[in-house]
Write a protein that binds this ligand. Structure first.
Ligand code: NAD
Length: 367
C-alpha cells in the first residue's frame, strides 16, 4: 500500500523544481511516466517567445532524477539562446528519457513518449539528441507531427549530426582565425572528446584539412573504428586536460570546463559540439578569458543541427541549410571580436545578442 502521508521532515528534503539551481524561469516542465513501457521522461519548455520550443530528446542512464531534471533544465534553456542567436523563429525546449538507450529503448517506449509530446499540441517539437537515432524520430512521427529530424524518405531533412559537425568546424575555424591569425587548421593538434554522430563527422573535416587529430571516447569499438577510418590517433589516458593541444573539441557531454579542469587546460581554443560546456557560464567563461583561452560559444557553433531540422518546418532545402550553417563562421568571428573590444567573455557577448532579440520580440508582440 502506498502511504499518502508525507511527514514534514521529508517535505523539507524535497527540493522544489522551481528552486533548482538550473531553473531559469522555465515556462513548463512536464514529467512523463508510463508503467507498461517503463518510460520515465521529463520535457522542459524554457521559453516560447520566439516560437514553439524545439530541442532534441536525450536518452541517458542518469544517476538520479535530480541529475536528469537539471540536465533538461540546462539543455532547454540553451536551446532558447541557440535558436535566438541563429535567427530562427523557435523557442527553447528539450527532453530527457531516463534509461540506457542501448538496453531500455523499445519502439513502444518511443511511441509512448511521442504521445506525451503530442499532448503538448505543438508547444514542444522534438528531435534527436544523445542516445537517439533518426529511426527513433520516425517512430515518434507515427503518433505525432510534432517531431523533426525524421528520415528524408518521409519528408524530413535527415540526420542533423553531419550538419552540426560542419557548423562546429566553421566555428572552430573562426576561433582559430581569431587566435592564430589563420583559419587553416593544417598541423594544428585537435583533441576530439566523444566521437559519436557529431564527433566522427568533425574528425572527417579535420583530417581532410590536415589537422593532427587525437580522439577519445568511452566506447572502445568506436575509437578503433574511427581511428582506422580516418587515421586519427587514439588517446586512452585519463589526463586529457593536461595534454598539449591547440584545440579542445568537447563532443560528448556538457560541463567538462569546470573547477577541476579549467586550470589544467593547455588548449588555446575550445570549440566543440557538446551543449553546456561551461559548468558555470559566468565563472568559467571569465576564467577562460583570463587565461587567454578562446572559447567559441557552444550554443552558437553547434546550431547546424537545429538549422537542419528547422528546414523541415520552413521548407528550405539542403543548399540553404549549408549556407546558413556556413555563416556560423562569420557570426563566431564577429562575436569573438566584439567580446574582445567590449572586454566581455565570448559567452556573455553571444548571450546578450540572443537575449536582446528575445526581448525585442517580446516587446513587438505585446504591442
Ligand atoms: P552521440 O551519443 O552520438 O555521441 C556521444 C559520444 O560521446 C559517444 O560516442 C559516447 O560514447 C561518448 N562519450 C560519452 N561520455 C564520454 C566521456 N566521458 N568521454 C569521452 N566520450 C564520451 O551524440 P552526438 O549526437 O554526437 O552529440 C554529441 C554532443 O553534441 C552532445 O552533447 C549533444 O547534445 C551535442 N549536440 C548534438 C547535435 C546533433 O546534431 N547531434 C546538435 C547540437 C549539439
Amino acid at each position: 500500500m502506498i502511504s499518502n502521508v508525507i511527514n514534514s521532515n521529508d517535505l523539507q528534503k524535497i527540493d522544489p523544481v522551481f528552486g533548482q539551481l538550473s531553473f531559469d524561469n522555465h515556462e513548463q516542465v512536464v514529467f512523463c511516466n508510463d508503467k507498461d513501457t517503463g518510460l520515465k521522461a521529463i520535457i522542459g519548455i524554457h521559453n516560447t517567445v520566439m516560437g514553439p520550443a524545439l530541442g532534441g530528446t536525450r536518452m541517458w542512464q542518469y544517476e538520479s532524477e535530480w541529475e536528469a531534471l537539471n540536465d533538461v533544465l540546462r539543455l532547454s534553456r540553451g536551446m532558447t539562446f541557440k535558436a535566438a542567436i541563429t535567427g530562427l523563429n523557435l523557442g527553447g525546449g528539450k527532453a530527457v528519457i531516463i534509461g540506457d538507450s542501448k538496453t531500455k529503448k523499445t519502439p513502444e517506449l518511443m511511441k509512448r513518449f511521442g504521445e506525451f509530446v503530442h499532448s503538448l499540441s505543438g508547444k514542444y517539437l522534438t528531435a534527436e539528441d544523445v542516445g537517439m537515432e533518426t529511426a527513433d524520430m520516425d517512430l515518434i512521427r507515427e503518433v505525432t507531427p510534432y517531431v523533426t529530424g525524421i528520415s528524408e524518405h518521409i519528408g524530413g531533412a535527415g540526420n542533423p549530426s553531419p550538419v552540426t559537425a560542419y557548423g562546429v568546424f566553421m566555428g572552430m575555424k573562426a576561433a582559430a582565425k581569431f587566435k592564430f591569425g589563420t583559419d587553416v587548421l593544417e598541423n594544428k593538434t585537435v583533441f576530439v572528446q566523444g566521437i559519436g554522430h557529431v564527433g566522427e563527422s568533425l574528425v572527417e573535416h579535420l583530417v581532410n584539412e590536415g589537422a593532427h587529430v587525437v580522439i577519445t571516447d568511452i566506447n572502445e569499438d568506436r575509437l578503433n573504428a574511427v581511428s582506422q577510418k580516418y587515421g586519427a590517433v587514439i588517446y586512452r589516458g585519463d589526463t586529457i586536460y593536461d595534454e598539449d593541444m591547440d584545440i579542445y573539441a568537447p563532443c560528448a557531454l556538457g560541463a567538462t570546463v569546470n573547477d577541476d579542469t579549467i586550470y589544467k587546460l593547455k588548449a588555446k581554443v575550445i570549440a566543440g559540439a557538446a551543449n553546456n560546456q561551461l559548468a558555470n557560464e559566468n565563472k568559467h567563461g571569465k576564467l577562460l578569458k583570463d587565461r587567454n583561452i578562446v572559447y567559441a560559444p557552444d550554443f552558437l557553433i553547434n546550431a547546424g543541427g537545429i538549422i537542419n531540422v528547422y528546414a523541415e518546418l520552413e521548407n528550405y532545402g539542403k543548399q540553404e541549410i549549408m549556407r546558413k550553417t556556413e555563416n556560423i563562421y562569420n557570426t563566431t568571428l564577429e562575436i569573438l571580436e566584439s567580446a574582445h573590444n567590449a572586454n566581455m567573455t565570448s559567452h556573455q557577448a553571444a548571450f546578450k545578442i540572443a537575449q536582446d532579440r528575445i526581448e525585442a520580440r517580446k516587446l513587438e508582440t505585446s504591442k
